[in-house]
Design a protein around this ligand. Structure first.
Ligand code: SAH
Length: 230
């Protein structure tokens, strides 16, 4: 963990990953843990506002929109967002975002998917409102370690009362890979999400050739649910 704490990945580096197609994190088939824990996210509710921080072109946004929820995402790469709409054949419109210079909002024509092209740190609840549900996969673990508290504090300000937050982290030997994704231990999740109730629901083996090439010999995904108790 010590080996990762000073690591910084710049926005330009992320944009470059998209340009060169170096996006091994993208799951074309969507994430099986969202399917499995959908009920925990929805908790019997319909028509939710669901937030996807650092969304990339996550196909789960389409799943949830098709179920009748309103999806909001944020992503620095405009290419990622355009690929999302193109790959799902969704027409969209673009508009500037009042209050964030240089930012754009790409919104599906039917209105149920709004993707902000800007840095997560430019957002606030006055711009995007609050959310009933959060899907945080490849997001907290992609945030630079020095920005983690700032990121989590922002997420907490976006949580509606009774919101449910699904967080997926990864577990591996941080001395063997510099990240991202970064290793965020459970003790740190608990201190970051201060005043929240945190439950670890599942750990799954996700070890693949990609991780072997990084020099690792194990790689787990860890699913947490987070509820604000404030
Ligand atoms: N959650 C997605 C993408 C994970 S990769 C998925 O599950 O597939 C992390 C993404 O965050 C990248 O697409 C990167 O371009 C984006 N990103 C990195 N820093 C960001 C920031 N500060 N604000 C918004 N997006 C950011």
């Amino acid at each position: 963990i010590g080996s990762q704490k000073d690591r910084v990945v710049t926005e330009e580096e992320w944009l470059q990953k998209w340009e060169t197609g170096n996006i091994g994190f993208h799951k074309e088939q969507g994430h099986p843990l969202l399917q499995k824990y959908l009920d925990v996210l929805l908790n019997g509710r319909s028509g939710l506002r669901i937030f996807f921080p650092l969304c990339g072109k996550a196909v789960e946004m389409k799943w949830l929109a098709d179920m009748g929820h309103n999806v909001v995402g944020v992503e620095v790469s405009e290419q990622a967002l355009k690929e999302f709409f193109a790959e799902h054949g969704l027409p969209y419109s673009e508009e500037p975002v009042p209050g964030i210079s240089g930012a754009k909002k790409l919104q599906s024509t039917c209105g149920n998917i709004s993707l902000y092209c800007c840095s997560i740190y430019d957002l606030s609840s006055s711009i995007v409102g609050k959310f009933d549900g959060f899907w945080d996969r490849g997001a907290l673990v992609a945030v630079n370690p020095c920005d983690r508290q700032r990121y989590v504090s922002l997420m907490i300000t976006l949580m509606e009362k009774n919101s449910s937050y699904l967080l997926i982290t990864v577990s591996y030997d941080p001395n063997k890979h510099k990240g991202p994704p970064f290793y965020v231990p459970e003790s740190e999740i608990k201190s970051l999400f201060d005043h929240c109730e945190i439950k670890c629901l599942q750990k799954v083996d996700d070890f693949s050739d990609r991780h072997r090439q990084w020099g690792l010999d194990y790689f787990l995904e860890v699913l947490y649910t987070i509820k604000s108790v404030a």
